[in-house]
Design a protein around this ligand. Structure first.
Ligand code: ADP
Ligand code: MG
Length: 239
């Protein structure tokens, strides 16, 4: 279980996330939904403790910041360097490092895990390519494979589907559903409202503060969406 207690984040003197308290009980695929600037990325970073914040997040009753090896996190794409000279299989193997000693040579069974993860996301044939040679969707699948080998119980993905092809998106969602069915708790920052009912078990609606959270059936309502998006909702043609 994730237990967020009074989490607030300010950038300089501007409040980006206001005193958010919330429990997320897995296994689940939970969407974090809200307009641009709503604090979605800030919520994940605050939970992870990688930015200044007030309040605390517990992961199974322990501070989440101390349990980072049990959380696989893929940040929003803008921040990732595609041109880093590394092969696909090496990039995926980086997911092993929270659990093994840095600079220890990987063993055959570690590479088997990498190969299995690449197989699951349909990239076996790309294992020896440079990541700079991949499409955006293929690269996002590499990042998902890296999460898989980490064998974390919690997976946080920030806008994983932006700018990727629909085949990659389907492969990633299928993989995530399998992981949820194995017991994992998955949080996905997402802004395409048309996918909400097919992708998520639960949603968290944000607009600088928590608007609502809960099962999709009870939470994805016109009233809540208007409160989250204001008049923007009419332009998206969402609900
Ligand atoms: P979202 O992911 O929902 O689009 P963010 O969490 O990235 O929103 O940002 C929430 C608010 O905080 C926005 O107004 C954004 O401009 C601001 N913000 C985000 N990161 C920083 C930063 N590093 N410095 C200053 N302001 C920031
Ligand atoms: Mg964001």
């Amino acid at each position: 279980m994730i237990d967020i207690k009074d989490l607030s984040v300010s950038y300089r003197d501007r409040l980006a996330l206001e005193k958010l308290s919330l429990k997320i009980v897995g296994p689940t695929i939970t969407g974090i939904i809200g307009p641009n600037g709503a604090g979605k990325s800030t919520l994940l970073k605050g939970m992870l403790g990688i930015i200044d914040h007030e309040g605390q997040t517990l992961l199974d009753d322990k501070p989440l910041e101390k349990e980072l090896e049990n959380v696989a996190y893929v940040e929003q794409k803008v921040n990732i360097d595609y041109n880093f000279p590394i092969k696909v299989r090496e990039c995926v193997s980086l997911g092993l490092y929270p659990r093994i000693k840095l600079f220890r040579k990987l063993k055959a069974k570690d590479w088997d895990k990498v190969a299995a993860a690449l197989d699951l996301v349909g990239l076996t044939d790309y294992a020896d390519r440079q990541i700079s040679q991949l499409s955006g969707g293929q690269f996002q699948r590499v990042l998902i494979a890296r999460c898989l080998v980490q064998e974390a119980d919690y997976i946080f993905l920030d806008e994983p589907f932006v700018g990727i092809d629909s085949v990659s998106e389907e492969i990633i969602m299928d993989t995530l559903r399998q992981l949820r069915d194995q017991g994992k708790t998955i949080l996905i920052v997402h802004h395409d409202l048309s996918k909400v009912t097919s992708y998520f078990d639960q949603i968290i609606l944000l607009n600088g503060h928590l608007v609502a959270a809960g099962d999709v059936e009870t939470t994805f309502t016109e009233k809540n969406m208007k409160e989250t998006y204001g008049s923007q909702i009419f332009m998206t043609g969402g609900v």
